[in-house]
Design a protein around this ligand. Structure first.
Ligand code: B1M
Length: 210
């Protein structure tokens, strides 16, 4: 078993101490921080997602796994932020109204920060009006919206409406992502970019500000 697989397995088992121990070991051995995140921590959480879908795991276990992943990410995060230091731009990030999922959004934040962006994270359950007000206040280069529920993706469209109403739409690039969000949907609501995962979000952000 590779070290990455071992980290993934302990995410699935929800063994936070083991995740911390193995993540630290991987760091000490000089493994690539991005690989530790992608092949170990995120891979484990993706398997948890699948098990949740298949009803092999339930909400309390998922929360324990998510906590274990967070602990691992916190260990790797300082290494990522040292990779590049010059400020690339400002990103405003949030999970849309009615949606409390924040694990994916938090990964997007970490990746953006690692690329040298300043990230203002509005958290979860962000109303269209709040997004618009924050765009007015912080003047970000990019507004990133995350949604994990088919019932909440329409909030992205409503946010586009709120931005238009305040004549802010053209002042900011819009990136959308999260499980039910597709490239077609992104195009339909006139977003500038769709990203499948946190690494793609980081690359897209770098492209958008170039
Ligand atoms: Co919820 N949940 N959940 N949940 N949950 C899903 C999303 C679900 C698919 C599970 C299922 O039934 N198969 C389902 C949605 C079904 C649907 O809408 N079609 C669902 C449901 C139904 C619910 C509740 C309604 C359950 C209930 O109460 N009956 C409820 C809703 C609460 C609410 O939000 N109002 C609920 C609650 C919860 C928990 C609180 C238990 C917990 C969230 C904990 C937290 O976030 N702090 C939870 C979890 C953990 C999940 C699953 C299992 C895992 C999500 C996750 O964190 N994945 C999820 C199942 C699944 O996704 N298959 C599920 C790991 C994460 C790394 O991936 O979030 O996809 P992800 O993020 C990725 C990409 O999507 C992308 O990059 C990230 C990193 O690579 N990405 C972006 C995300 N945002 C992006 C933004 C970008 C770019 C890329 O640009 C800005």
């Amino acid at each position: 078993m590779t070290e990455f697989e071992a980290i993934s397995n302990h995410i699935i088992n929800g063994n936070e101490d083991k995740v911390a121990e193995l993540t630290q070991k991987a760091i000490d051995e000089g493994l690539e921080p991005n690989d530790i995140i992608q092949k170990g921590l995120i891979n484990g959480m993706n398997q948890v997602s699948q098990k949740f879908k298949d009803e092999d795991m339930f909400v309390p276990e998922v929360m324990i796994s998510a906590q274990a992943m967070k602990t691992g990410i916190e260990l790797v995060n300082p290494l990522l932020t040292k990779e590049e230091t010059s400020l690339k731009g400002r990103v405003l990030l949030g999970t849309v109204a009615g949606d409390l999922h924040n694990i994916g959004k938090n990964l997007v934040r970490i990746m953006m920060e690692s690329a040298g962006f300043e990230v203002i994270d509005l958290g979860t359950d962000v109303e269209p009006k709040e997004f618009a007000e924050a765009v007015k206040e912080y003047k970000p280069d990019i507004l990133g919206m995350s949604a994990l529920l088919t019932t909440t993706i329409q909030q992205m469209q409503k946010t586009m409406g709120a931005l238009k109403k305040e004549e802010l739409r053209d002042s900011v690039k819009i990136m959308v992502g999260g499980g039910p969000v597709t490239p077609d949907f992104a195009e339909e609501i006139n977003a500038d970019f769709w990203a499948q995962d946190a690494v793609a979000a980081k690359s897209a952000a770098l492209e958008l500000v170039e």
